[in-house]
Design a protein around this ligand. Structure first.
Ligand code: APR
Ligand code: ZN
Length: 366
């Protein structure tokens, strides 16, 4: 029986979300029905609301969510009703060469970016029957979601839902950029430009692996103070000469520098923060079509590397339970990331606060 679900819907035009009842289909073969309990409010949703990325619309927004499996379709073996799950906004197809090589984040068979399930369908419709699309094939700002089996990853039931939801995007993206993409060794120096939910997760990842010093850069003093609680050893305001400050702290520049905003000017600044031979990591996602200017002679002569980082280079079925265990054993202070717990009706205010550079992370409790 299709059910109704309160959901935050984006019409594809304005930057506002409309919270209304939508229809959710039963899970088909290989699909899982999840009763969502928490959804984070992430910068990638804002890109869509602000027209920086185009998607099939209308869209049920949200891609950082956790909940409980309510029912499964034919053939589902990975999860069962009652399991607590974190949703992955990039479901691996498990058949392409990248998946076979254990590189799920580079899967070429997924239809997540088209907001479609593996069979090309959408499980969502408006009250009048018009098709709605789940953002990145999850659509977590909703009481219910139907997702691909490989998008629902079982986690320990003792994990609080708000923390679990953040493992679905910001934490995996940020910590994974450090551990999977950059593979930062203990004692390496690092700079993190942008300390929102994802940047603070980078800082946490750097503290976890024992990087030192860890320089946090942001426009907001409040964000910098938070970064210090997560393990940043030095704080630099972004409206100063950041490259000079990072050189002053590290001597010759950082071994690793992370851009975690998605702005072209801060991406272009990255090489200047690095010591010769250092690695710059692009974590923040810019508007579609953005092009950056890099001094390529300087990059080549100094042997610096720039790498892209998508979803923290994660294999969700491996990384989500790992991050959950690190939280449960006290190694990752993930509950400090949750600064605001809100209802679905307060979602527009949460995006306005993000646009103003406020709040560590808002989490919608469902
Ligand atoms: N210099 C330094 N910091 C800045 C600047 C700047 N010029 N402009 C903005 N910031 C800071 C903000 O103050 C904020 O702390 O960058 C941070 C951005 O954080 P959020 O808006 O909370 O975004 P977040 O969810 O962390 O995502 C960041 O990562 O995965 C991507 O799509 C995501 O592109 C987005 C990025
Ligand atoms: Zn996200």
């Amino acid at each position: 029986m299709p059910r109704t679900s309160l959901a935050a819907v984006h019409d594809g035009r304005s930057d506002r979300l409309d919270v209304r009842e939508v229809r959710v289909a039963d899970p088909g073969p290989g699909q899982v029905l999840v009763r969502l309990r928490a959804s984070g409010v992430c910068g990638s949703d804002r890109h869509v609301l602000d027209g920086e990325w185009q998607l099939p619309s209308p869209t049920v927004m949200g891609h950082e969510g956790a909940g409980v499996v309510e029912a499964v379709g034919d053939g589902v073996v990975d999860v069962a009703p009652g399991d607590h799950v974190v949703l992955s906004w990039y479901y691996p197809c498990r058949r392409c060469a990248a998946c076979a090589a254990g590189r799920a984040w580079a899967c070429t068979g997924t239809r997540s970016n088209d907001c479609l399930l593996p069979d090309g369908s959408t499980p969502l419709a408006d009250a009048d029957g018009t098709a709605l699309y789940p953002y990145l094939a999850v659509g977590t700002m909703s009481e219910y979601a139907v997702v691909a089996e490989s998008a629902a990853v079982k986690v320990p039931a003792e994990l609080p839902f708000d923390v679990a939801s953040l493992i679905g995007c910001s934490v995996t993206t940020g910590v994974g950029a450090v551990t999977n993409n950059a593979k930062v060794p203990a004692g390496a120096s690092a700079a993190v430009v942008g300390c929102g939910g994802v940047g603070l997760s980078v800082v946490m990842g750097l503290a976890l692996v024992g990087a030192d010093p860890v320089v946090a850069v942001d426009l907001s003093d409040e964000k910098l103070a938070t970064a210090q609680r997560f393990g940043a050893t030095h704080l630099v305001r972004a409206d100063t000469d950041v490259a000079a400050a990072v050189r002053g702290i590290t001597g010759t520049g950082a071994d690793y520098a992370f851009e975690v905003i998605g702005r072209v000017p801060t991406i272009e600044m990255l090489p200047a923060l690095l010591t010769p031979g250092g690695t710059g990591v692009l974590v923040g996602l810019p508007p579609v079509g953005a092009v950056a200017g890099i001094d390529v002679l300087e990059l080549a002569e100094s042997g610096k590397t720039l790498i892209g980082s998508n979803y923290g280079g994660a294999v969700p079925s491996l990384d989500f339970p790992r991050l959950a265990r690190l939280y449960l054993s006290g190694r990752l202070p993930l509950d400090e990331l949750v600064s605001h717990r809100i209802g679905l009706g307060e979602v527009n205010e949460a995006f306005d606060a993000m646009r103003a550079g406020e709040r560590t992370r808002s989490v919608i409790v469902l």
